[in-house]
Design a protein around this ligand. Structure first.
Ligand SMILES: [Zn+2]
Length: 297
């Protein structure tokens, strides 16, 4: 467990899940009021709360979800219990699922199987403690503000937060994941994924002119232009490859093989990273199903 101060008002908390750190970054934003961005799944949120106690955080006003997937917002109920004055904030499409999380659990089970046991208890939150977001809304923490931007693509309920003083963007999964230690970015694209919307969201994030990108999985990056260029060019390449495979009537495994041939940087990078090749296939599935949907409706 560790936490690191990124600016006067921003601290990243890296609480472990199943003993591993560096999986999902939780961001604490502090003014007179305080907010936590992406508390993680319940098992991780316990560590986040311990770290907040150590940091002397007495009050919490907002639990801000970049989207409602369990690995980002599953432990929200625990933070809301710990800080009875706090409210959960998420995209309007996510509110009902945060209150009644059975669909979220089913979707995570389909994707991760038994591994969702690592998430810990899955529990809904009281409807009266959830506020639906509005695009371009401003969250005022008295001394620091966060701007809210809807950024669909990874999911229909994805949103980013932007802190204009330090020009920090908290992007969730909107611009993909890093593979290994700051390596090239992989689209975060298990189905249902919309790569056209994802590209528009990447452009929106670029238009904010951020100085730091806080990527959920994982890290704060100081060279946004390079990062955003990599993720958008890779997204365009994977879209082209998926379209070709679907046009030729071929299967997902063929797309995986073709991508490993055509995406040289990815191929070189994942060589040394344990488990990275497994994570590429579910990401490509999102592109494959999107290409099929475009072709066949
Ligand atoms: Zn995620």
């Amino acid at each position: 467990m560790s936490s690191q101060r990124l600016s006067d008002n921003i601290t990243v908390i890296d609480a472990p899940i199943n003993g591993k750190t560096g999986i999902l970054g939780t961001y604490l934003v502090t003014g007179e009021k305080n907010a936590v961005i992406d508390p993680g799944p319940t098992s991780q949120t316990r560590g986040v709360i311990d770290e907040m106690r150590k940091l002397g955080v007495k009050n919490l006003d907002w639990v801000l979800a970049t989207h409602i997937h369990l690995d980002h917002a599953g432990g929200s109920w625990l933070l809301l219990n710990e800080y009875p004055e706090s409210m959960l904030y998420c995209h309007p499409k996510g509110v009902a699922h945060m209150v009644e999380p059975s669909k979220l659990r089913d979707a995570a089970e389909r994707l991760f199987g038994e591994r969702i046991l690592e998430y810990g208890e899955i529990r809904g939150v009281q409807e009266s403690r959830v506020q639906a977001s509005r695009d371009h809304e401003i969250i005022d923490l008295d001394g620091v503000t966060l701007e809210v931007y809807w950024t669909p693509g990874h999911s229909s309920h994805s949103q980013c937060y932007f802190e204009p003083d330090s020009r920090t963007a908290f992007v969730g999964d909107a611009i993909g994941h890093t593979i290994g230690d700051g390596g090239p970015v992989r689209p975060a694209s298990p189905p249902p994924h919309n790569p056209v919307q994802a590209l528009e969201s990447i452009d929106l994030i670029r238009s904010l002119d951020p100085e730091t990108l806080c990527v959920a999985h994982f890290g704060a990056y100081k060279d946004p232009e390079m990062y955003l260029e990599r993720i958008s060019s890779r997204t365009r390449l994977w879209m082209r490859l998926a379209e070709k495979i679907v046009d030729d009537g071929m299967r997902l495994d063929d797309l995986v093989a073709l991508t490993m041939r055509e995406d040289h940087e990815l191929k070189d990078h994942i060589k040394g990273v344990e488990g990275a090749d497994h994570s590429v296939k579910p990401s490509l599935l999102g592109f494959y199903l999107y290409a099929k949907w475009v072709k066949n409706g």
